[in-house]
Ligand binder design. Structure first.
Ligand code: 4AD
Length: 586
């Protein structure tokens, strides 16, 4: 092969096409290098005819200028010596390249030197900083220990605050900390000697600190939470959070995978959004309690460990209760019903458990269930009550300026629901779905087909309808066979029940309720229809024996209500430590 190549080189040299520059008698003495502009590669080529380079410049960069270059445009062409013009051009580019490389090397050397000097200076500064010890000045007026939320009352006064470093900005002379103590966020300005201590120079996010200083409004043109800041005259590190790989911001950030965020929920909770949702949640529960109190509905606390089902055996979490089968409650409804003769209208806020294998954005395995039960009411009264509970509680919530601000930060487009809510009969909803081309999947053929009366409207179709209508909907009077054993039939329309789901835009069903069967015989038939042994329900059945009454109630999924209120994509973001299939950690 190399003999063949040598003869080609000789031939082209004899034709006056050697690599010698015009006007120069120099002839390259270096090896022959191959360049295939079509398929060669400067990265993977080695200059042989089998592995040619892709450009003449690439060949020169790798082998130097003193080479005999054979080129071709593509593998089907013959190798030919580079033309003098091309060689001249390539040499020029090579020289330019060399110059650039030299400059880059010089720059790098300079930068390396500067970095080394900076490192040295910083190490020295850090060493020096260890000598600075802060002492609180006892001649200053005494500082009042306050929570951040109370700082607005202490302008121009000295305060002492404790908290976590939520945000940190270190400048040459000063350090800005946004401190978080759970009651609020406070900008703290640390300057002079205070910003030169070892602890100040090595401070990390999520470290705990004590800061003492004077509260001042922020200078004009500057911003800070609540428009004020603490000008520190003393501070102390309580505990340093890690830096480097273990640093808070390296553990989780907004780009982290959802399953990692779930594992680190305990750290996610320190973020502003997660904390805001939990704050709104607390306020919402408070608002509900206020509304119930105003209406004279009493709070009770039913048990979580039960031996009866409410919403079907398929979603029961079973447990061994001293050798007997028991379950985690699906709903406290049956217990609430037993309270009516004793305490009157009652409600509870209790965890409910559903062992369904649903991985949707609105299903949890454990959720907070707000349930109420009301005596001597009609179906219409029930819907009006649910409407009032929601609207009144949202009004109370939004009347709190701090919470209202959080709600609108999380959900800028939030619109207070207007009374009365739309009431849509189940059969009219089926019609509506068909008129609007919203179909369901046929179980057998998997084709998309029209809905028919009797269908359990699937989550997707229900959402489409709710989102399109765009207002809260009381979807009511579901067929008997779709609903639980305890639901009262519509008088005169016995195949349907006095049942209602409240559907909210973006979330779907947030409330499920009904009137209850008040007649003992009818209830016994209900057990039978659902294949339920009535024996363990004796106490529930007794309600129909010892003075029955027309009554009804409902259950509201607190996380679903919050997903609607705070515009969260999933109910998982509305629970402190959400549980879903396979997830019970942390
Ligand atoms: O419609 P459900 O199953 O009704 C009951 O449990 C009745 N016994 C309540 C009653 O009348 N006292 O559930 C009521 C509400 C639903 O509308 C939904 O908001 C919520 O509870 N819910 C869930 N939330 C999160 N994850 C789940 N897996 C839920 N299942 C129901």
């Amino acid at each position: 092969m190399s003999q063949v190549v040598d003869s080609i080189v000789d031939k082209v040299t004899n034709l006056g096409l050697s690599n010698t520059l015009p006007g120069s008698s120099e002839k390259p003495t270096g090896p022959t290098v191959y360049v295939d502009e079509g398929t060669g590669s400067d990265d993977t080529g080695d200059g042989t005819s089998e592995k040619p380079y892709g450009t003449v410049l690439g060949a020169m960069v790798a082998k130097g200028q003193d080479v005999s270059i054979l080129t071709r445009k593509q593998p089907t062409d013959e190798w030919a010596a580079i033309t003098p013009t091309a060689l001249k051009k390539a040499k020029k580019s090579y020289e330019l390249h060399e110059k650039k490389m030299k400059k880059a090397a010089e720059n790098k050397e300079k930068l390396d030197k500067e970095a080394a000097e900076l490192k040295e200076r910083e190490a020295k500064k850090l060493e020096e900083s260890k000598k600075i010890q802060l002492v609180e000045d006892t001649s200053l007026p005494p500082a009042t220990k306050v929570k951040i939320r109370g700082c607005a009352n202490y302008h121009e006064k000295r305060v002492r605050v404790f908290g976590w470093v939520h945000r940190l900005r270190q400048q040459k002379e000063n350090t800005f900390i946004v401190l978080r103590d759970g009651s609020g966020y406070l900008q703290c300005f640390i300057s002079g000697k205070l910003a030169q201590t070892y602890d100040a120079l090595t401070l990390t996010l999520e470290s705990t600190v004590e800061i003492v200083g004077t509260m001042k409004p922020v200078p004009e043109g500057k911003t800070a939470p609540d428009g004020h800041e603490l000008i520190a005259d003393y501070w102390k590190l309580i505990h340093a959070a890690p830096s480097g790989d273990d640093a808070f911001s390296n553990k989780i950030n907004e780009h982290s995978d959802p399953s990692l965020l779930a594992d680190y929920r305990h750290l996610v909770l320190r973020g502003e959004k997660a904390a805001s949702v939990l704050r709104v949640r607390a306020a919402m529960l408070g608002a509900f309690r206020t509304t119930f109190e105003k209406l004279g509905v009493l709070e009770v606390t039913p048990p979580c460990m039960v031996q009866t089902q409410v919403e079907g055996g398929a979603t029961l979490f079973k447990l061994d209760y001293y050798g007997q089968p028991a379950f985690l409650t699906q709903s406290s409804q049956l217990y609430l019903e037993t309270c009516l003769p004793s305490l009157g209208d009652v409600y509870c806020v209790q965890e409910s458990f559903r062992a369904e294998n649903s991985h949707t954005r609105r299903h949890l395995s454990e959720y907070t269930h707000l349930e109420a039960e009301l005596a001597f009411i009609t179906f219409d009264d029930l819907m009006t009550h649910i409407e009032n509970i929601i609207c009144d509680s949202v009004e109370i919530l939004l009347a709190d300026p701090v919470i209202s601000k959080l709600v609108y930060q999380l959900n800028p487009k939030f619109q207070q629901p207007k009374r009365p809510f739309m009431r849509l009969d189940y059969r009219d909803a089926i019609k509506w779905l068909n008129e609007h081309g919203i179909k369901r999947e046929d179980e057998n053929t998997h084709e998309m087909v029209d809905h028919v009366v009797g269908d359990d409207i699937a989550e997707a179709a229900e959402r489409k309808m709710t989102d399109e209508i765009g207002v809260p909907i009381f979807l009511n009077k579901f067929p008997r066979e779709l609903k639980a054993f305890y639901m009262k039939r519509v008088p005169g329309d016995e195949e349907y029940t006095e049942s209602v789901d409240l559907l909210m835009p973006n979330v779907g069903e947030i409330v499920g309720g009904s009137m209850r069967i008040s007649d003992m015989q009818e209830l016994l038939e209900g057990y039978k229809r659902e294949g339920i042994d009535p024996a363990p329900y004796y106490w529930f059945t007794d309600q129909r024996k010892y003075g029955t009454c027309e009554h009804g109630g409902y259950g509201l999924g607190v996380e679903r209500l919050l997903a609607w209120l705070c515009d969260r994509y999933t109910v998982r973001d509305c629970s402190l430590y959400p549980r879903w299939p396979g997830r019970a950690t942390p």
